[in-house]
Design a protein around this ligand. Structure first.
Ligand code: NAD
Length: 471
């Protein structure tokens, strides 16, 4: 009997996990020096494969400039590796904890021990960094790791597999390739922790599958991140930031500003300045060297349908820049587009957009903005452009989102020392910062008995010292 390729990789994945776990149990937690060595090897491999990685991503997307891949992915990976290397000693240091009076001569501390084998499932939109930053975190925390990149970026996955296979033994780091079926089997493996980055819909399935073996999960999901512009704050700085966040990777970013809430007095200025900024950033419109294609025909059609649906339901659809949408040398380019006054019934106000389209809604009061956001699922990011005045403070205090950016978009993700994650439907848990290291470590509490064993006085037969404990 011949097995289908999907089935073969499912068996391979289970066998790889067994092998990694056996190696972990045999060799124990790596020393700080070994962890630094793993990180240094990863860093060197990424730099050695830089050209191949950039070319593979561009081929997978149809087009993405090597500069965008360098800035949006490779810099992040190198920065994370360097951050983890620098912080490793502090992160690994056992933490002394308080000891109650009765146990005073003893010592309590927490040791952050590697969990063992970490599963990492990645999406296609930043196929390098969303695979390698979780990997760097897993290695820093002393684990082995198995990675399952997305089937939508097959060339990048092949390069990742090649560079990781050359750099690590299969019992240290392994890559499993395949689509949803392999993903489903992968998420059902008995890892010691599973970090999934992807859609909320698949995240639900992954968590269900992981629950069979009670595998703890970190879920990095998506959603609609609101961008609130305070009255009078439509200016060059605000628009530069919004256009950057919306159009980097053609909007195919989990933390892209999904829609904008703009004061009604500023709506026309917002539209005009959005257009002017797009022209400045992308002088040749969607055919500009730095403008990325939509990853697949399916997503391209999905985005066009969102626009059709919004138009059909009475929204104003405005293309920014006046350049041809289809260049002869490009595939799946979609012009930067504003959708003004789309109603709640439009699909574009319900689904995560994940493309270069920005709906703009107007408001009169900050109270309205807060109610609008709170009536919807908690987002991955919330952006606020304005001052920390009463309105700004109220918005920040009364809304809950994975992270917040003030007077910027997306820059919180680049802060290595900040936790990055969602809340509710936008995710569970976080990585980056010490939070990532801790998520992939087991916090083992240790108590060492001291010389004076006061609690022994409280053993049966209970007597006169009993009252001491409650004194
Ligand atoms: P996706 O959920 O379709 O796929 C993610 C991974 O899951 C892929 O490896 C895929 O092969 C696998 N998969 C697909 N179906 C599966 C199934 N039934 N069971 C198990 N695994 C399965 O997501 P995507 O389309 O690749 O990525 C886009 C989504 O990811 C967006 O919603 C975006 O917001 C989100 N995202 C989140 C973050 C974050 O850090 N929070 C970052 C990037 C993307």
């Amino acid at each position: 009997m011949t097995l289908a390729p999907e089935a073969t990789s499912q068996i391979d994945a289970a066998a790889l996990l067994t092998r990694q776990r056996a190696a972990f149990l045999r060799e124990g937690a790596p020393s700080i020096q070994q962890r630094k060595d793993h990180l240094a090897r990863l860093r060197a491999a990424v730099l050695a494969y830089r050209d191949e990685l950039e070319a593979a991503v561009s081929a997978d997307f149809g087009h993405r400039s090597r500069h965008e891949t360098a800035v949006m992915e490779l810099v992040g990976v190198i920065q994370s590796v360097d951050y983890l290397t620098r912080k490793l000693r502090r992160f690994m240091r056992p933490e002394r904890r308080h000891v109650a009076f009765t146990y005073r001569s003893g010592k309590a501390y927490v040791e952050h021990q590697p969990k063992g084998v970490i599963g990492v499932m990645a999406p296609w939109n930043y196929p390098i960094s969303l695979t390698l930053i979780p990997l760097a975190t897993a290695l820093a925390a002393g684990n082995r790791a198995m990675l399952k990149p997305s089937e939508l970026t097959p060339r990048t996955s092949d390069v990742l597999k090649k560079l990781l296979t050359e750099t690590f033994r299969p019992d240290e780091v392994a890559v499993v390739l395949g689509g949803p079926e392999v993903g489903a089997a992968f998420s059902g493996l008995p890892f010691d922790h599973l970090l999934f980055t992807g859609s909320t819909q698949v995240g639900r399935k992954v968590m269900k599958a992981a629950s069979d073996h009670l595998v703890p999960v970190t879920l990095e999901l998506g959603g609609k991140s609101p961008t609130v512009v305070a009255r009078g704050q439509v200016n060059e700085r605000t628009m530069g930031s919004i256009v950057f966040g919306k159009l980097a990777n053609a909007g195919q970013t989990c933390v892209a500003p999904d829609y904008a809430l703009v004061h009604e007095d500023d709506a026309e200025a917002f539209i005009t300045q959005f257009d002017a900024t797009v022209r400045r950033f992308y002088p040749a419109g969607p055919t500009s060297a730095d403008y990325t294609s939509i990853v697949s025909h399916g997503h391209y059609e999905r985005l066009k349908n969102l626009l059709e649906d919004a138009r059909g339901k009475g929204a104003r659809v405005i293309k920014a820049g006046n350049h041809p949408e289809h260049a002869a040398n490009r595939v799946r380019t979609l012009a930067p587009t504003l959708v003004v006054s789309a109603g709640d019934e439009a699909a574009i106000m319900q689904e995560e957009i994940f493309g270069p389209i920005l709906p703009v809604r107007t408001y009169r009061t900050m109270g309205e903005v807060i109610d609008y956001i709170n009536a919807r699922p908690r987002p991955l990011a919330l952006y606020y452009f304005g001052n920390r005045d009463a309105d700004g403070e109220e918005l920040l205090a009364r809304t809950t989102s994975g992270n917040v950016g003030i007077n910027n978009t997306m820059m919180h993700v680049a802060q290595d020392d900040l936790p990055f994650g969602g809340i509710g439907p936008s995710g569970m848990g976080a990585y980056h910062g010490i939070e990532g290291f801790r998520a992939m470590s087991h916090a083992k509490g240790v108590f060492i008995q001291g010389r004076w064993n006061l609690p022994s006085l409280l053993r049966a037969p209970f007597g006169k010292f009993m009252d001491l404990a409650l004194a």
